[in-house]
Design a protein around this ligand. Structure first.
Ligand SMILES: *Cc1c(COP(=O)(O)O)cnc(C)c1O
Length: 364
């Protein structure tokens, strides 16, 4: 199969160092060698989340959504408040509903800001809501939702704060400590530059202790997973051993280069894409200041369908991603996640230009 440059929001292009880590030894996960890897990975993740000793990290084998299940099942006592402005906000609602957990939802249109003021009012009036959940980077539109507004409100009213940081950890300024997050969920194969198969939660230890009694799921029981990883140095079930090797390589790469410099690289690549889109005469879906560092949602040029554009750009070696949600027919997404360089983005913009010209040529 041809090597394509992935401009979809995960899985991402990874470095040779990460891919080669898969070639590590066959290993039984009940051996001390695996415990050591697990311990190191959890420690390195804690640094990436910027947690102190009041926090811990728990790793699951499963995609990012597995950890959202785990975190919500652990966090919610009786009712949650979800702030939603896109497909991933809706997913938080769907997870709560699947476990029969009560939720109040403050919904904004896709691409509109979250309703923090209404949230504050609700928490003041309604003592029944114990947990607030939101998405940091709403990948369906590319919108970055500020965290501090909500965490200040949660702190004021003493509620548990759950954040989906699946597509922001590594690419955005995020600190569980500073941002007052109780449960923060992310995954290996987006801005961390690992491979798909493992995901993780950074949790406040005091909150995890509260979660001890809540057994709503067997496989995704966050307290049980924490207990086994923390006190036995093992996972309860078979972990994706080789994907842990790759994750450790990815974390080393990230921590060696520094998270600040990764954030700068992402911002520069996203800027290149947005400038390039304007230069081609195409239009962004959101006001530029609302975007994250890693997704650009772009209106489809008049008369060109997503599938024809996708196929033409893929022919040139690049994979873009469809829109999502009520406007999905009208836009497409370009992610600059993964081990990408300015040359990749330059090549993509040329391919996009060529594809748009070809598809809008008379007689096509
Ligand atoms: C990708 C993504 C998810 C889902 O992750 P999976 O790994 O596909 O389960 C959830 N939330 C956000 C914000 C995402 O970008």
């Amino acid at each position: 199969m041809e090597r394509l440059i992935l401009l979809n929001p995960g899985p991402v292009v990874v470095s040779d160092r990460v891919r080669n880590a898969l070639m590590g030894p066959d290993l039984c996960h009940r051996e001390p060698e695996f415990s050591q890897i697990l311990g190191r990975v959890r420690q390195k993740l804690l640094r990436v989340f910027d947690g102190d000793e009041s926090y811990t990290t728990v790793v699951f084998t499963g995609s990012g959504t597995a950890c959202l299940d785990a975190a919500l099942c652990a966090a919610v006592e009786s009712r949650a408040l979800v702030l939603s402005n896109g497909a991933y906000g809706e997913r938080l609602e769907q997870i709560l509903a699947a476990y029969g957990l009560d939720a109040t939802v403050l919904r904004s249109e896709y691409g509109e800001p979250l309703r923090y003021e209404s949230a504050a009012k609700l928490l003041e009036d309604d003592r029944g809501i114990d947990t607030v959940a939101m998405v940091h980077h709403e990948t369906s539109t590319g919108m970055l939702n500020p965290l501090r507004e909500m965490s200040d409100i949660c702190a004021r009213y003493g509620r548990t704060f759950v954040v989906d940081a699946i597509s922001s950890l590594g690419a955005e300024d995020l600190s569980v400590r500073r941002d007052g997050i109780d449960y923060c969920v992310s995954t290996a194969n987006k801005c961390i530059h690992g491979l798909p198969g493992v995901s993780f939660v950074c949790a406040k230890r005091s909150r995890l202790e509260e979660a001890k009694q809540r057994k709503r799921t067997f496989y995704l029981d966050l307290y049980e997973q924490f207990y086994r990883e923390e006190y036995r140095g093992e996972t309860p079930f078979t972990p994706a051993v080789q994907i842990f090797y790759a994750l450790e390589a990815a974390l080393d790469e990230l921590l060696e280069g520094g998270i600040g410099s990764r954030i700068e690289r992402y911002a520069a690549l996203a800027g290149m894409i947005r400038d390039g889109i304007a230069a081609l005469g195409l239009h962004l879906m959101l006001p530029r200041e609302h975007y994250s560092n890693s997704i650009t949602s772009i209106l489809l040029p008049e008369g060109i369908s997503y599938s024809s554009l996708h196929d033409a750009v893929k022919e040139a070696g690049y994979v873009v991603y469809a829109g999502q949600g009520p406007m999905s027919e009208r836009f497409f997404r370009v992610a600059n996640m993964g081990a990408l360089t300015p040359a990749h983005i330059g090549g993509f913009l040329e391919a996009l230009d060529g594809s748009v010209r070809e598809l809008s040529a008379p007689g096509w």
